[in-house]
Design a protein around this ligand. Structure first.
Ligand SMILES: Nc1ncnc2c1ncn2[C@@H]1O[C@H](COP(=O)(O)OP(=O)(O)OP(=O)(O)O)[C@@H](O)[C@H]1O
Ligand SMILES: [Mg+2]
Length: 893
């Protein structure tokens, strides 16, 4: 079947992935000492011969040599011989092998040999192609490889330094820093953390992020919890906050490796599987019923016995598109490398290129896609809408300390803009003492800093900034003209209205609030954020990306619907769309969609262009619903809050600058967050899929026609219409010629719409053209009878076979030329690979029976009259083909 290197079976072992005991087999000292979760961090670090300052470079190097790289075994590259053996497991090959064995069993050695040649040739071509493709894919993936922030020392005396290291270089005992958007690079135990939450969907299937925090081995038996809160596992990702942790297991020892033998793909079924595999399986069923059908028909109508078996088998082989895997791999690999070369777009898994071509709805986030992600503070205002530098000052205190107190600060353009503007107005947030921080949490849409004002030792000031609705929901009072008063419902409505107006003007708005609390030693949590006092707004403007408007137009022209799924205010998003010429229509907010899922959700979203105030889970829910409703869905995003959606989409796309996990999880990585590049990637996908589809249509309709004609002729003639070896040889030539489709450039028409193969429409197509082909064959059959009767006397099988061999290859050449997707005369003129293949096929078809090779294949030259009549049949066939294709094309549009 058509599978390409990076497709793998759905993972899943049925066991709970977090069963600790599964990982004990490795050579990790920890697992002989007991549960890592049950030790105190000091005991643990002593056991791992490391310390809070990290390993020295030399220690790390020794460990790397001893324990190997931190690579999940299933992700190691596959060697060429293993690939060859793997390709033998392909269902088409299996069917061919079975047919070969049956032929050998009935001592039909010629047939058996030709089938074996077919199997070997297709497996060599395929595994060679896949090997090459996967090497170039690996090279491309290398360009976007994942790194981890590791703390190491040059030697025992030096102080530790944090540096970025490829994830595969990590060893047990390394001290790593984790920040929002990072991939947890190995199994780790937390030493410190701040507001850390982790997505473990890849491990537990649970979609909400779980809080993780450092703590010492619990006397309360916490180690036995299914999910010890102080352990984070490879395969999960940081949703918010940051932390410092020590690596306790790498590579094959991690829970991820133990739980999933084959974790590369997580989807049950991609668009690629749905179209190409679906069609392949239909064909295999066809092939399996063909031999018994031929045998039965011959036995019933002609009284022939088992001697027709080799012929029946040859007919079934003739139906097999054995070059399908080769063509699929070659077409996709060529497309992917061209895309990387010309547009800097990296397709990390080959089938994703096909899926790109099939995308009919593309979901985007707003920042950096429609806008430039270079916000500038426009103004800061109080609750009355009057300019107030104090609000900006508090926002800056919040930005400064949330970044300063993070273990690994996540860069954030809004915070940078606020700090820049506050610096310009002379604010120095470092005047305050930072006590604690709750970093920005995309699902709560707020960030909190707890500070102590100079001279106020008994008081902690909580400074909170975030989305207007979320902040107002936590405020009980507001400051007006320097004095705090109660915040009533009316005032709340007024502030929401003000925010909506500012948003409609295209501004991004952050609300700022504050609360004073008696100083305390304990930690702060979100439950402390109540009864705040509202201070005002900071309004920022993020300029639009100039090329976005044109790219949106192009996408619309290509039949791709665009949906903006954003965490921002509906007004800001709608304004951005409008300014770029995209009609936002009805603007939804995620809370209005409530708990809808599946078809009702897909329908609601189908009518809208913008869904605002989405959390990460909302984005994923919407993408999943669109997919379930049968739409091939792409998702472009770069933030932590885009991860679940990237995961849920058929094709996850992110820019190279995206957070680490996004880059790791995405199927396609763009050089920049640029809609124009997506447009080019989609075109490349449609190019490749168009070639695969053309191959399938042409091969299958032609093969089906042959089978029908052969069945009919077999029943009418006193001898077999073609010898098994002849069927196989002509099949071999046809297959070889078809390889040209991997290198073809499809017609413009094929690029106008999402490239999906709908199995039903497809089968209708091949039946119609197959019948037409059979009609031509049968006409030839009549013509042969006339020609042979007038010259050589009826019933000379060798001449008949030669005549039909020629006709078959010539009609196949014509089909190749005429059935490439709906191209116009102007497009056909340039000679391409398909033209060369067609010419070669025609020459072989005419000359082979006349050449010295003819007699070896039991063929003798037919009389000249035959060729004259054949020319007439082929002309009629060509006219009929062209007319049928035109009708088909007009019905398609
Ligand atoms: N650093 C921050 N501190 C406080 N609040 C923030 C911060 N960044 C964003 N917000 C708030 O959270 C809301 C959602 O922003 P976020 O960046 O998560 O949305 P998003 O889905 O990534 O948006 P986009 O589609 O524009 O990428 C913003 O409208 C803003 O109110
Ligand atoms: Mg974002």
């Amino acid at each position: 079947m058509a599978s390409v290197p990076e497709t793998t079976a759905a993972a899943g072992t049925g066991r709970t992935p977090l069963d600790t005991r599964e990982v004990r087999a490795g050579q990790n000292p920890l697992f002989d000492a007991g549960e890592p979760a049950a030790l105190t961090s000091l005991q643990l670090m002593r056991l791992l011969d490391t310390g809070p300052r990290g390993l020295t470079e030399q220690q790390a190097e020794e460990r790397l040599v001893r324990h190997g790289e931190n690579v999940v075994p299933a992700w190691r590259p596959v060697s060429w011989p293993r690939r060859f053996l793997g390709s033998l497991r392909d269902p088409f090959t299996t069917v061919l092998l079975c047919l070969g064995l049956v032929s050998a069993a009935v001592a039909s050695w010629g047939t058996a040999c030709v089938i074996m040649v077919l199997v070997v040739v297709s497996c060599v071509l395929r595994s060679g192609g896949e090997h090459q493709a996967s090497r170039s894919m690996a090279a491309l993936r290398e360009l976007v490889a994942t790194t981890a922030s590791v703390q190491r020392r040059a030697d025992d005396e030096s102080s530790p330094a944090v540096r970025e290291l490829p994830v595969d270089q990590l060893v047990v005992g390394d001290v790593v820093r984790l920040g929002a958007g990072d991939l947890v690079p190995a199994d780790v135990r937390l030493l410190r953390s701040s507001g850390l939450t982790v997505h473990q969907a890849a491990l537990t299937g649970e979609s909400e992020p779980v809080p993780k925090y450092a703590r010492d081995a619990p006397a309360d038996g916490g180690a036995e919890l299914p999910e010890p809160p102080h352990l984070c596992f490879q395969g999960s990702s940081v949703a918010s906050g940051s932390g410092t942790a020590v690596v306790i297991a790498t590579g094959a020892d991690t829970r991820f490796a133990a739980a999933y033998r084959d974790p590369a793909r997580r989807h049950t079924e991609t668009a690629f599987d749905r179209s190409v595999h679906g069609i392949a399986w239909t064909l295999i069923r066809f092939m399996l019923v063909t031999p018994p059908l031929v045998l039965m028909a011959n036995a019933a109508l002609r009284g022939r016995g088992l001697e027709t078996l080799p012929f029946a088998i040859a007919v079934a082989v003739g139906l097999t598109p054995e070059m399908l895997p080769v063509i699929v791999t070659a077409a996709l690999a060529r497309g992917a490398s061209a895309l990387a070369r010309t547009s800097g777009v990296i397709v990390k898994r080959l089938p994703a290129l096909h899926d790109l071509g099939a995308i009919d709805v593309l979901c985007l986030d707003k920042t950096g896609t429609l806008t430039q992600d270079r916000p500038v503070v426009e103004r800061s205002v109080d609750a009355r809408g009057n300019d107030d530098p104090d609000v900006l000052r508090w926002a800056a205190v919040n930005s400064f300390w949330t970044l300063e107190l993070a273990e690994l600060p996540a860069p954030d353009t809004l915070d940078e803009a606020i700090l820049g503007a506050a610096g310009d107005q002379g604010t120095d947030p470092a005047e305050y003492d930072g006590i604690a921080a709750l970093p920005f949490d995309p699902s709560r849409r707020l960030a909190t800093a707890v500070v102590r004002r100079p001279g106020q030792h008994g008081t902690h000031t909580l400074v909170v900034k975030g989305a207007t609705e979320d902040i107002l929901g936590r405020c009980g009072r507001l400051v007006v003209d320097g004095a705090a008063t109660d915040l009533g419902d009316e005032e709340r409505e007024r502030l929401l209205g003000f925010a909506a107006r500012e948003a409609a003007d295209g501004l991004r708005l952050l609300a700022v609030a504050r609360a004073e609390r008696p100083a305390r030693l304990g930690s702060y949590g979100h439950h402390d954020l109540r009864g705040l006092t509202f201070l005002g707004f900071v309004a920022l403007r993020d300029a639009l990306t100039p090329s976005a408007g044109e790219a949106l137009d192009d996408l619309a022209r290509r039949g791709v619907a665009v949906k903006i799924l954003t965490g921002d205010h509906p007004g800001t998003a709608a304004r951005a769309c409008r300014d770029l010429g995209l009609d936002p229509g009805e603007v939804l907010t995620a809370d209005r969609l409530g708990t809808l899922t599946g078809p009702p959700l897909a329908e609601a979203v189908g009518r809208a262009t913008v869904v605002a105030r989405c959390t990460a889970q909302d984005k994923a829910r919407i993408v999943a619903a669109l997919r379930e409703s049968g739409r091939t869905t792409g998702y472009l995003g770069d933030g932590v809050n885009d991860l679940p959606a990237l995961h849920a989409a058929d094709v996850g796309i992110c820019p190279r600058g995206a957070v680490t996990v996004a880059r790791e999880r995405a199927d396609v990585v763009l050089a920049e967050k640029d809609l124009t590049a997506i447009d080019r990637a989609i075109t490349a996908g449609r190019n490749s899929s168009g070639n695969i589809a053309a191959y399938l249509r042409i091969t299958l309709s032609s093969n089906l026609g042959n089978v029908i004609a052969m069945l009919a002729a077999g029943l009418l003639l006193p001898f077999l219409p073609m010898l098994p070896a002849q069927v196989l040889v002509q099949n071999l030539f046809f297959d070889a010629a078809q390889l040209a489709f991997a290198f073809d450039r499809p017609a413009h028409a094929a690029l106008r719409k999402p490239a999906v193969l709908r199995p039903r429409a497809f089968l209708r197509y091949i039946t119609a053209f197959g019948l037409l082909n059979a009609a031509a064959d049968i006409a030839t059959f009549a013509v042969l009878a006339v020609a042979l009767h007038t010259t050589a006397g009826p019933g000379d099988p060798a001449m008949f076979h030669a005549g039909w061999f020629t006709e078959n290859l010539l009609t196949q050449a014509m089909v190749m030329l005429l059935l490439r997707t709906g191209r116009h005369a102007a497009e056909t003129r340039a000679a391409g690979p398909v033209h060369l293949a067609v010419a070669a096929l025609a020459v072989i078809g005419v000359l082979l029976p006349l050449s010295p090779l003819g007699p070896t294949l039991d063929m003798s030259p037919p009389p000249p009259l035959y060729y004259a009549l054949l020319a007439a049949v082929l002309t009629l066939y060509g006219i009929a083909l062209a007319a049928a294709r035109k009708r088909h094309a007009s019905r398609q549009n």
